[in-house]
Design a protein around this ligand. Structure first.
Ligand SMILES: *Cc1c(COP(=O)(O)O)cnc(C)c1O
Ligand SMILES: [Zn+2]
Length: 451
């Protein structure tokens, strides 16, 4: 398979401009000696955007695995694997862009489109990054890959490791994983270890261990995962026939995906594929919103957010487990992308997330709780007049509805609640849809039908 363009120089580079240290592309490092994260850096050859856009379109009818993948189809923008390298793909990407008038009306918009990453092989956008991350692990000759995950990362890594014949080790903060995701990890044959601690504590434990045991770490600090995820933005623009939306809205947890979108958009701009950048909006859950809190502090104290530094949320709380992260690893990267795109970051309540999720369900689309933070956030930003009614808005639905059936059932049955400062706070099922039970009696069934 022919993958990279041999003429592109690839290095890993520290994101701190003052430091700017480079490492070989074959390094397994995720952090610079100075403590900052690394980026995949390209010295781009001359690319012809018009020709490449046509090439990408023509690949849509190809039978080759690397053309059928919605990630590797755009391989000219991720040219880091050697032409001989084996690509581990489950035909990820290729996710639809869906209009949803009911959701648009709920948010106060004329129109909204959802880029639904829940249509991926394992049901979340993590697949877009795992195909590149696991392929890189294989290219480096690694035998074992590992991650700490509250869910979708483990499901995805399990699948891609199995597909590429690598051993997968998954560390799960105990009791913080939705049943759909845990069952996937087990089914894909991953060694699954539940640790009796939250994500941030488990992460500290494992990062030490990983270096000692020589295993390849595939959390979103892995720069090659970000390269795969950035193609979601490329595929999105391709689907929009390169019309540029005003806003792209994402939920924010560890902030890897927001960073990936920003990097992808900046590179497209730099290479002449697009003439301006959409604005990014990152939405966090109120009980787990360290980035939104940092920006708020920076505004009130009139200081640079870098200077202030991120204050981790020590006991993050939200039912949207995919974004329940108190100390997001990629906060500096995300901040850089917010600055580049004139973006915003806000937080929304559990009630707002739950209702937005139900409205997305009523649109026939459905998603997992974290994804619904987008619609809730858009509704707020429209109310605050940051987003205009007529703006072209795309929200990224990050995960599939079936990931967390317990949440959905509890919402519709009116039993959903969350804990805040040791209190159980009930969630109102404002858009609830109770299941009905009847005896085998025609009259009673007729009564229900006429409601
Ligand atoms: C991982 C994940 C997120 C959060 O993405 P980050 O890159 O950690 O910010 C949001 N939603 C879903 C469904 C996820 O799986
Ligand atoms: Zn550095």
């Amino acid at each position: 398979m022919k993958i990279g363009t041999a003429t592109t120089m690839v290095t890993l580079r520290c994101i701190d401009h003052q430091c700017n240290t480079s490492f070989p592309a074959s390094s397994s490092m995720t952090h610079c000696h100075c403590g900052n994260l690394l980026d995949v850096h390209y010295d781009w050859p001359d690319l012809n955007p018009r020709e490449l856009k046509e090439t990408w379109t023509s690949r849509r009818t190809s039978m080759l695995p690397e053309d059928q993948s919605g990630v590797w189809r755009y391989r000219e923008l991720i040219p880091y694997l050697s032409p001989e390298a084996k690509i581990i793909t489950l035909r990820e990407g290729n996710t639809p862009l869906l209009k949803a008038p009911r959701a648009a009306a709920y948010a106060g918009l004329d129109e909204i489109q959802f880029k639904h990453q829940g249509f991926n092989p394992t049901g979340s956008f993590k697949d877009n990054g795992m195909t590149t991350g696991v392929s890189q692990a294989a290219a480096l000759g690694k035998k074992v890959v590992a991650c700490v995950s509250t869910g979708n990362t483990s499901a995805s890594m399990g699948a891609y490791a199995a597909c590429g014949d690598l051993k997968a080790v998954i560390f799960i903060p105990a009791g913080q994983i939705a049943t759909g995701k845990l069952s996937q990890a087990l089914d894909y044959g991953a060694l699954t270890i539940q640790v009796d601690a939250n994500f941030d504590v488990t992460w500290k434990l494992v990062s030490g261990l990983v270096e000692e045991a020589g295993i390849y770490l595939l959390n979103s600090v892995n720069p090659y995962r970000i390269e795969g995820q950035k193609t979601i933005a490329v595929e999105l623009l391709d689907q929009m026939r390169w019309e540029i939306p005003d806003w792209i809205v994402l939920p924010g947890g560890n902030l890897g995906n927001s960073s990936a979108f920003g990097k992808g958009l900046r590179e497209l701009h730099q290479l002449g594929f697009i003439t301006r950048l959409p604005r990014l909006a990152i939405i966090q859950a109120e009980g787990s919103a360290p980035l939104s809190q940092l920006l708020e502090r920076a505004r009130t104290e009139k200081k640079s957010p870098y200077e202030l530094g991120l204050l981790p949320v020590l006991n993050p709380q939200t039912l949207a487990t995919a974004i329940k992260i108190g100390a997001p690893a990629s906060w500096k990267k995300a901040l850089r992308e917010l600055e580049a795109t004139q973006g915003v970051c806000i937080s929304v309540s559990e009630q707002e997330i739950a209702d937005a999720k139900a409205v997305i369900g009523q649109s026939g689309i459905g998603c997992e709780p974290a994804s619904a933070a987008t619609l809730a956030g858009i509704r707020r930003l429209v109310a605050e007049k940051q987003i205009r009614k007529s703006d072209n808005v795309v929200a990224v639905l990050t995960g599939n509805l079936l990931k967390d059936p317990a949440y959905t059932l509890a919402y519709h049955q009116g039993t959903l609640s969350f804990s805040k400062e040791n209190q159980q706070i009930p969630i109102q099922s404002n858009f609830g849809n109770q299941p009905n039970s009847v005896p085998p009696d025609l009259e009673q069934i007729k009564k229900l039908l006429s409601q």
